[in-house]
Design a protein around this ligand. Structure first.
Ligand code: NAD
Length: 513
């Protein structure tokens, strides 16, 4: 691993050896068991992180609730200045953090850098936003009255994140929550704990340099049980949870039981519709990157291609040809296109999906398989596979978090393709490849895609931070990142001020004393 500068990156990020998994810097402590983090790249131990016990968690919550009292009174543009400094620190540490993301999660180094770039971008966005937390003013129906609304911070925001975006999802939430005046407690995925500690170290430096309490930014570590400390905790008004639909259904109920708010970013089952008017070259690039990028472990990965029968063979052959060129191997080596899955459990799920699609009547057109031998010692490298399938297959209706692409055929008008695209339970990302204006507009219309993201002549995979990110149905309904997603991190208050010496009642009601 030293070949790729991993040791140096770990040193730069201050995460060598055994790490405290509960906050950091002068505030770091942990009394729980140790998580050993092994890289899916080469199976080597990266480092260790101690987990957070319930007692540790109580200390964190005391710090967080007390830090909130300071942080909330700081003017929002000044909080923006802190986020600006955090963005600067990320720029300094971009290579090191991108490398750790790649090594601990298994995505390509380019994608690791891209993830850190997203963190930087959301910081820039948040800095501008810190001067734009606007409410509306309304005209009161009563004379001599003024009515307006304002947004106040919520308090402690709990963030639970998935392994596949081990750093960016936290930043999307935390940069906005901070400028809104909230403090955060983050539980990263137990599969990528080193990334969590590295981010916390970077943020802690900024708070320290500004003499601000580190309780504004808190880290806890462990599995779902540590997540449950937060979901059951009435001191946390908002839980932002990213992960599987299975997890989201549990978290949503826990949080709703105490009437808290949840922001859910769950699984997708994303499709690209390819119509007879599609640009085939663009389609192939979009589909292949979408299906095999991050080894099919993006929430926006392309899982289904819905192809018109008139061009079905042409598109199939082009995609199959492109798959022949894929190089699978160490993601830190920029010559490779596809890295490993996160762990051997994920490999089992991938194998099961390929078995199931055949059992249901599917036809494999690009063989999958697990790679072994030199360079594949971790046991996590698999061949991206393609199967011809039918939309009603159970496996096609399910999100398999691996590089398995299903080819589905449609005939007739684009409405038929839209119906297939919408008949899954998930509603995250969707795309149409067409140069036909009527088809594109039908896809985007009220009767079109039912997803949170709908693209024309772009694949399903990836998004810019400027737009609100999230999806419908079993994807959970949450929106984060750009647009007005910030509003979920604040509470809205309507204020009416009477500047007369009378007390007129609303709706003209008379109450004479
Ligand atoms: P996961 O659901 O296994 O775990 C996600 C996080 O939830 C982890 O931190 C885990 O410890 C925690 N968790 C699990 N059960 C919990 C519980 N009962 N209470 C509290 N916390 C709990 O997901 P994963 O395997 O890490 O990630 C892959 C999934 O995430 C895929 O389904 C993918 O589509 C989804 N995802 C969605 C988005 C999005 O924005 N929509 C982004 C990234 C990943």
């Amino acid at each position: 691993t030293t070949d790729f500068g991993i040791d140096k990156a770990l040193k730069t990020l201050g995460v060598e050896g055994v790490n405290e998994g509960t906050s950091t810097g002068s505030n770091s402590f942990s009394n729980g068991d140790i998580i050993e983090s092994f890289s899916p790249v080469d199976g080597q131990l990266i480092g260790k992180v101690k987990t957070t016990t319930k007692e540790d968690y109580e200390v964190v919550m005391d710090r967080a609730t007390s830090a909130f009292k300071t942080w909330r009174t700081m003017p929002a543009p000044q909080r923006g200045e802190i986020v600006r400094q955090f963005g600067e620190k990320l720029r300094e540490k971009k290579e090191a953090l991108g490398k750790l993301v790649s090594y601990e999660m298994g995505k390509s180094y380019q994608e690791g850098l891209g993830e850190v770039q997203e963190m930087i971008d959301i910081c820039d966005f948040a800095v501008g936003l810190s001067r734009q937390l606007h409410g509306l003013t309304m005209h009161s129906e009563r004379p001599g009255h003024r009515m307006y609304e304002q947004y106040h911070p919520l308090g402690v925001v709990g963030i639970i994140s998935a392994f596949n975006f081990p750093v960016a999802v936290w930043a999307w939430n935390t940069a906005l929550a901070w400028i809104c005046g909230d403090v955060c407690v983050w539980k990263p995925s137990e599969k990528t704990p080193m990334c969590g500690v590295a981010c916390q170290n970077i943020a802690a430096e900024v708070f320290k340099e500004n003499n601000l309490p580190e309780g504004i930014c808190n880290l806890i570590n462990g599995n779902y049980e540590v997540g449950e400390f937060m979901t059951k905790d009435a001191r946390i008004p908002l839980i932002s949870a990213t992960g599987s639909t299975r997890m989201g259904k549990i978290v949503a109920q826990e949080v709703a039981a105490r009437l808290g708010k949840s922001l859910l970013e769950l699984g997708g089952n994303n499709a690209i519709i390819v119509t007879p008017d599609a640009d085939i070259k663009m389609t192939v690039i979009g589909a292949v990157f979408g299906a095999v990028g991050t080894a099919g472990q993006r929430c926006t990965s392309t899982r289904r291609l819905i192809i018109h029968e008139s061009i079905y063979d042409q598109v199939k052959n082009a995609v199959v040809d492109a798959y022949k060129q894929l190089r699978i191997g160490n993601p830190l080596d920029e010559n490779n296109h596809v890295g490993p899955l996160i762990d051997t459990d994920a490999v089992t799920m991938y194998n099961n999906a390929l078995t199931q699609v055949v059992e249901e009547g599917g036809n494999i057109v690009v063989e999958g398989g697990v790679l072994s031998g030199e360079g594949y010692e971790s046991g996590c490298y698999v061949r991206p596979a393609i199967a011809e399938a039918k939309s009603h297959f159970k496996i096609v209706q399910h999100e398999t978090f691996a590089p398995v692409l299903y080819l589905l055929k449609y005939s007739g008008e684009v409405e038929n393709a839209i119906a297939i695209q919408n008949e899954v339970a998930q509603g995250l990302s969707s795309a149409i490849m067409t140069n036909n204006l009527r088809e594109a507009e039908r896809f985007l219309s009220v009767a079109g895609s039912d997803c949170g993201i709908a693209n024309v002549n772009i694949g399903t995979s990836g998004a810019e931070i400027g737009g609100a990110f999230g999806g419908e149905k079993e994807t959970g309904g949450g929106r984060e990142s750009g647009s007005d997603a910030w509003k979920v991190y604040m509470r809205r208050q309507t204020n009416t001020i009477n500047y007369t010496a009378e007390l007129p009642l609303a709706q003209g009601i008379k109450f004479d004393l």
